[in-house]
Structure formats: C-alpha cells, structure tokens
Design a protein. Sequence first.
Length: 86
Amino acid sequence: MENDPLPSRSHAEVRIVAATPEVARRVAEVLRRCFASTEQRSYPAGHGGGTRLHLTLDTAHTAEPARSWLATSESTEQASAHADEV
C-alpha cells in the first residue's frame, strides 16, 4: 500500500467493504451523486462472502451536496487510520 501511486490532486480513491454487493452499490451510488466518478470495480472481500468495491472520485467536479459540505469542512491533521490500515 505504501508504494501505490497517489491519485491526482483532484481525485480520491475510495474502497468500500460491505457484507453484500447491494450495500456496497448503495454507498457508491450516494458518492456518485456528489462527485463525478469512474466505473466501480468490485471484488470478493474474503471468505465470509463480503464485497470490496473500488471507485475513483473526481473532487473537482462536484454536485451541490458535496460542494456545500466541502465549503464548510476543514481538513484535520489529527485524523488517524483504522487499526487495520497502514
């Protein structure tokens, strides 16, 4: 993961892990209503039958819900990774 190239400045790589493909698709649909995105790619998420879905969001091309949120949010330096993240 440390050697993966970073997306361009206006893009974000998103990984969704869910128990079912339908749940992962619903989350991706909400994100696509706010940001332009690439076609999603889905993969099995282990032996338990879960789904891992990947998509790339273009944060430079936002719809109104994201535009309003981005304008009022602030970046925090104190954000930490989950226990299973590097």
